[in-house]
Design a protein around this ligand. Structure first.
Ligand SMILES: Nc1ncnc2c1ncn2[C@@H]1O[C@H](COP(=O)(O)OP(=O)(O)O)[C@@H](O)[C@H]1O
Ligand SMILES: [Mg+2]
Length: 262
């Protein structure tokens, strides 16, 4: 076979959601959702309030069990796995910080963001001290690297509870990055924060995608989606109504126009 006969390598779909359904007491929050997210891209999940977007993210992350359907990551069926088992495979979602984390400093928040970290403290007593010291040093290096990268070094010893809304959101993203995810799920990470910092976070997400991180992003602002996301999944009433590039969706679906008008 000559070089120009080599077939194009198909774009890898890293996440595949197959016919997901979830009901709450007979009401279908997610009613047969199927879509894929490509490797190294940001895929947007959009749709009106109540469409089922957050429920889909909970089903993918494992916080909720589907009534039926499958979630595949990197070709592997992960539907039966618990959230921490998915995290170990590289599937991580950002969580809004609960109040208890407000009483930890920025650095402490990053250190507890590492999977299994709390349990490991106890194991330190049992397993070789030197090994664990090296592990802890690596974690510290990672935390300092992230603070540097996201311009949060000056806030290192600040209590998370004292940060601005936008800085809290940034810290949530940094915490999830401590786990070195392959697939990151983000539920409206820029909602309700000042436009300047929202733009900064948008830039960070764009950089992370360029570095190969696969992301699924619920985002309400369609111009943000247009700038960041190569592929868009549009949901309404628990169903996927359309998928494609933003400009295609804008051209081709009356549904989306209705969403924009509303
Ligand atoms: N824990 C729950 N119990 C009952 N109903 C829920 C629950 N979570 C979501 N729902 C319902 O499921 C539907 C989809 O919600 P959600 O996934 O939050 O939508 P979105 O994120 O698109 O706004 C809504 O009608 C919502 O009221
Ligand atoms: Mg939601």
């Amino acid at each position: 076979m000559s070089l120009n006969e080599v077939p194009n390598v198909p774009v890898q779909s890293f996440l595949e959601v197959r016919d997901l359904r979830r009901d709450f007491g007979g009401v279908w929050a997610v009613d047969g959702a199927s879509f894929e997210a490509q490797s190294g891209c940001i895929t947007a999940l959009i749709g009106p309030n109540g469409a089922g977007k957050s429920t889909v993210v909970d089903l993918i992350g494992g916080a909720l069990r589907p009534t039926s359907g499958q979630v595949l990551m990197d070709g592997r069926d992960i539907t039966a796995l618990k959230p921490h088992e998915r995290a170990r495979l590289g599937l991580v979602r950002t969580y809004q910080m609960s109040s208890e984390f407000g009483r930890l400093t920025v650095l402490e928040n990053l250190l507890v963001g590492v999977p299994d970290q709390r349990g490991e403290r106890f194991r330190t007593l049992v397993i070789g001290k030197r090994y664990w010291r090296e592990q802890e040093e690596a974690v510290l290096v990672k935390a300092f690297g992230l603070m540097d990268r996201f311009a949060m070094s000056e806030k290192r010893d600040e209590y998370a509870g004292n940060l601005s809304g936008g800085q809290k959101r940034l810290l949530e993203i940094m915490r999830s990055l401590m786990a070195e995810p392959k697939l990151l799920l983000l539920d409206e990470p820029m909602a309700g924060i000042n436009p300047t910092l929202a733009r900064v976070i948008e830039g960070y997400l764009s950089d992370l995608a360029k570095e190969g991180l696969t992301m699924l992003l619920i985002e309400h602002e369609l111009d943000v989606v247009d700038r960041l996301c190569e592929s868009v999944v549009f949901m309404a009433q628990g169903k996927v109504i359309a998928t494609g590039k933003m400009e295609e969706l804008l051209k081709n679906t009356g549904v989306l126009n209705a969403y924009l008008a509303g």
